[in-house]
Design a binder for this molecule. Structure first.
Ligand code: NAD
Length: 370
């Protein structure tokens, strides 16, 4: 392990966040890599203390450290933010959401060899948040513009959410997907769209994706319509390698793919920009399980494994991944969601899974040194 000390912003988050982030932090510490954690609160706790769920000091800490490990944050109702998570990605320009979906033996799944990576665009599309509420003066202007330019008369009580796709935004996410594929030795990139219907948003996404693909002749490229993708994923997910998608399809397909590999409890993620990166699982704050030491920390631990890779700590990342894979394959020290039945009395808690992963890492290290 390198001698470097990595400064990391540590955001426990809401609901089950504090439990899973603490489990991941303990595993990362046990690799021997050295970290200096800068604790930063976003979400409910920040709202109580600072009157906002996303205080400036959190953003400043991430900008300074360039890397954060983050638990899920509940979407507040009635605050200035639609979602703290979306705001964080937008404010830090974390334009690429990376979600590897790999099935480890032992995970409850119908499929054996799923090993695909979702690259979801993180800043545009319907998530841009440009909306027009029904009955407002701005919406009336938009209705007039549509009537004038398209000859379409829509009812007065109509609301709009704009799907925003830009040439520049598409170019950088598709380039990211190809660069990632090349760096990881992956063979194929599949661009996902609905360009047959959405000609000026997904149509632009598709034409830019095709153009970018021409610069990567070493990697196979295909495009697929999003509904066909869903059918093909359910029938035979092993055929896919790297998927690149606009934001909203990326959201749905991420959860679908989490289901292919054993559920949200094992699906890690990262939000990456040119300046910084935030590592967090696909799942949310699951409030009903908060404080129960019950949920699976593996998605969060594997998000930490992705962080190690991003930091260049490849040996430690491999160690964590192997240890997690062995714990899952044994199926003994795992939470309820990885047991054959959800009410299995032998299921262990969140912190016990972290203990088991650490124990496995220690054993693997002893074996390597023997
Ligand atoms: P959720 O992912 O929090 O939970 C849905 C269900 O998935 C849970 O009830 C549980 O059965 C299962 N699950 C989730 N994580 C698990 C784990 N680690 N181990 C085992 N099972 C697990 O989704 P939700 O209930 O729709 O959202 C709750 C809150 O989280 C909302 O406020 C939502 O906006 C927020 N959210 C935040 C993020 C994020 O921080 N990036 C992502 C998604 C949702």
């Amino acid at each position: 392990m390198g001698e470097k000390i990595h400064d990391i912003t540590f955001i426990p988050g809401d609901g089950i966040g504090p439990e899973v982030t603490e489990a991941a932090r303990r595993v990362l510490e046990a690799t021997g890599v050295r970290f200096k954690w800068a604790l930063a609160h976003a979400g409910d706790r920040a709202q109580d203390r600072h009157g906002t769920p996303l205080p400036d000091y959190v953003l400043e800490s991430i900008r300074a450290n360039r890397v954060a490990l983050k638990g899920p944050i509940t979407t507040p109702i009635g605050s200035g933010f639609r979602s703290v998570n979306v705001a964080l990605r937008k404010l830090l320009d974390l334009y690429a959401c990376l979600r590897p979906c790999k099935r480890y033996p032992g995970a409850p799944s119908r499929y054996e060899n799923v090993d695909l990576v979702i690259v979801r665009e993180n800043t545009e599309d319907l998530y841009r948040g440009i909306e027009f509420q029904d009955g407002t003066p701005d919406t009336a202007k938009l209705l007039s513009l549509i009537a004038e330019t398209r000859g379409e008369t829509l009812g007065p009580n109509t609301g709009f959410s704009l799907k925003v796709i830009s040439e520049a935004g598409t170019r950088r996410i598709v380039s990211f997907a190809f660069e990632y594929a090349r760096a990881q030795g992956r063979k194929k990139v599949t661009a996902v769209h609905k360009a047959n219907i959405l000609k000026f948003s997904d149509g632009l996404f598709l034409s830019v994706a095709r153009e970018v693909a021409r610069g990567y002749t070493d990697i196979e490229f295909e495009d697929v319509i999003v509904d066909t993708l869903c059918m093909r994923l359910v029938r035979n997910p092993e055929q896919f390698d790297v998927l690149v998608l606009p934001n909203l399809y990326g959201d749905f397909v991420s959860e679908l793919c989490a289901g292919l590999i054993g559920g949200l409890g094992v699906a890690p993620g990262a939000n990456i920009g040119d300046e910084c990166a935030v590592f967090e699982p696909t799942h949310g704050s699951a409030p009903k399980y908060a404080g129960l030491n019950k949920v699976n920390p593996i998605a969060m631990i594997l998000s930490g494994m992705l962080m190690l890779r991003y930091l260049g700590e490849v040996e430690a990342a491999d160690l964590v991944e192997r240890a997690v894979a062995e714990v899952m394959a044994e199926g003994k020290w795992v939470t309820y969601d990885l047991k054959p039945h959800r009410d299995d009395a032998t299921a262990v808690g969140t912190s016990q899974v972290a203990d088991a992963v650490i124990e496995k890492m220690n054993r693997l290290r002893r074996k390597a040194n023997a």
